[in-house]
Structure formats: C-alpha cells, structure tokens
Design a protein. Structure first.
Length: 135
C-alpha cells in the first residue's frame, strides 16, 4: 500500500488495484486547426485534443494499432488510454480507423461544439479496440 497526494493505492488482491481518493489528471491541450487530420500518438498522449474544424465536413484518422501499442500501450494486453476530443469548429467531423484498430461502436460523427472521450484498449501486440463515449 502507498499514499501520496491524498491518493491511497492498495495492493492488488487479485481483483485489481484499488484507488481511494480523487484522481487529478494533468492534461496538455493540443490544437488541431485543419479540416481533416491524422492524429499522432504524441497528440493522444496529451490527453486533450481541441479540433477547430472549418471549411467543410472533416475527418479524423487515428494512429495505427502498431503505433499505439509501441508508443503508448507497450506493456500488456488490456491496457487502455482515454483521450478527450472536442470539436470547437463549425463543421461536423467523422472519425476513421486505421490498420490494427477495431471500432467497437458505430462510426461517430462529432457535431460542432460537441466532444467525446476516446478509449483505446490494447487487445494484441499490434491491435487496439476503439470505443467512443460521446456527449
């Protein structure tokens, strides 16, 4: 067991690690100011992507499963990362998958001034499930 900054981490009892207390994340806001873009793993690691979509409906392509597994989820299957995405532009944006990415719910289109939480979940050495929790 360990306590730091008001968070108490308890030893794994076979049911997972227990966190007692509030989790305080430090996110770095990354601006993507283009109609369409392919996200990088560095942008995903930032935790908060603000996309200003302009001049027509856009598309966001996520990195490949290999890139995500190499740069972010490099230890074990069942690891995950959550990323917040906000479309603060004046056009709708549709997300596209990439090699090694399996979409686990319908292909989302994020309307203007709306957001979603992206959940990337490692399923293999080069494969990732992508889930959307939309507003």
């Amino acid at each position: 067991d360990a306590t730091a900054g008001g968070i108490n981490l308890q030893a794994d009892d076979g049911k997972g690690v227990h966190i007692i207390g509030r989790i305080h994340e430090q996110l770095t806001k990354v601006d993507v100011d283009s109609q369409s873009a392919t996200l990088t793993t560095s942008q995903l690691k930032s935790g908060l992507i603000i996309h200003t979509s302009v001049s027509g409906a856009g598309e966001i392509t996520v990195p490949t499963g290999t890139d995500i597994c190499t740069d972010i989820l490099s230890r074990n299957n069942n690891e995950s990362i959550m990323v917040y995405y906000v479309n603060d532009g004046n056009q709708n944006v549709t997300f596209l998958t990439n090699t090694g990415i399996t979409l686990r719910n319908t292909t989302p289109t994020i309307a203007t001034n709306k957001g979603t939480m992206l959940i990337f979940f490692r399923t293999g050495s080069n494969t990732v499930d992508l889930l959307f929790m939309s507003s």
